[in-house]
Design a protein. Sequence first.
Length: 318
Amino acid sequence: MNYIVLDLEWNQSAKGKKYTLPGMPFEIIQMGAVKLDNKFDVIDEFDRLVCPQVYPVLHSVCGEVTGITQEMLADGEHFVDTALDFLEWCGQDYIFCTWGSTDLVELQRNLNHYAIEAEFPMPFLFYDVQKLYSLCFLNGKERPALQTAIEQRGIAEKEQYHMALSDARYTAQLMKLLDFEKVRAFYSIDTYRVPKRRKDEICMNFGNYSKYISRVFDTREKAANDRRVRSCNCFLCGKPMERKIKWFATNGKTYYGLFFCEEHGLIKGRFKIKHTDDEQYYAVKILKRTDDAGAEKLHARQLQEREHRRQRRLNKQE
């Protein structure tokens, strides 16, 4: 299997959000990718400038960050030609690797805008190299900028940042340094496309935690109150767990809970309610083993949220 290390640069409405096309906030203006073999050696590269059609005027910030000019874009290809060439270039047996999780979302939005069908799998798994880098070299929670990671590892900075191919090359160099056997199992799951039916819902076990992605619902409330979203079976043995702290919300989008499995001990849970481009809602739930210290932090969070709600009620009464 090959690894496609992808990086994109995009433009947005130069006239402000009011003129942003629904479902297409960013238009790709540059695609860069590096193809690696199973030893993480470079075997090919892809580099294209794209002439924007939706937002033809280059936003000033995009130009400043990337160094791309309006004149350069005028000589670019149409996105359809670039995208079809890119998908053919990727081949058959590969997995995407990106720095962060946004590139594949914007790629699919642009493909969808031009009605280009890509045979991406479902679930759509990829490697978020930023996350893998943190797991290997940091605490697993930090998400450093690409340039920061390059400087931390002492890699020669021979190319400009925020150019698609250059950033893809930098990302590929960092992949070469990872203890990949340590992080190979830690796929990320793209959620631009989410399950439509209950039977297609996604649940993946990563050893010390699990991730569940629900089907879509037509309201946020239905997603948050769904029985399977709120279920609390142990992700390691599948048995029902005792509720130590029932699900509670810290805002309208994130819920927390604490549970106890007789075999595997304390398990903390978190789920977020997210929405799709067509205003449907779904839940992403993570269950993870924890200890007494983690349980105390969660209990403190619950008490803090109760106090916030009490203060809000008092403020309304005044």
